[in-house]
Design a protein around this ligand. Sequence first.
Ligand SMILES: [Zn+2]
Ligand SMILES: [Zn+2]
Length: 78
Amino acid sequence: MSPIRCAYHPDRDALQYCNRCGKPICNDCVVRGAGGNLCRSCAEGLRRPGRPRSAQTWLWVAAGLALLLLWLLPRVLR
Ligand SMILES: [Zn+2]
Ligand SMILES: [Zn+2]
């Protein structure tokens, strides 16, 4: 009935469409999120700008705190 194939699996029927780029995708490829049904590449594109940056910020904050502790501890212990 639906000869449309998944954009990532040529051997599978596409049962959904990406809300962003309109690619036909199968149930294994659909990523459900705030934007609705997305294909993998669109879901990754949405994730990349936000999360890694905030994770990196926390890493720097943690590194700064660790350095501060290393600097403070010998002075406090003496
Ligand atoms: Zn897409
Ligand atoms: Zn697929």
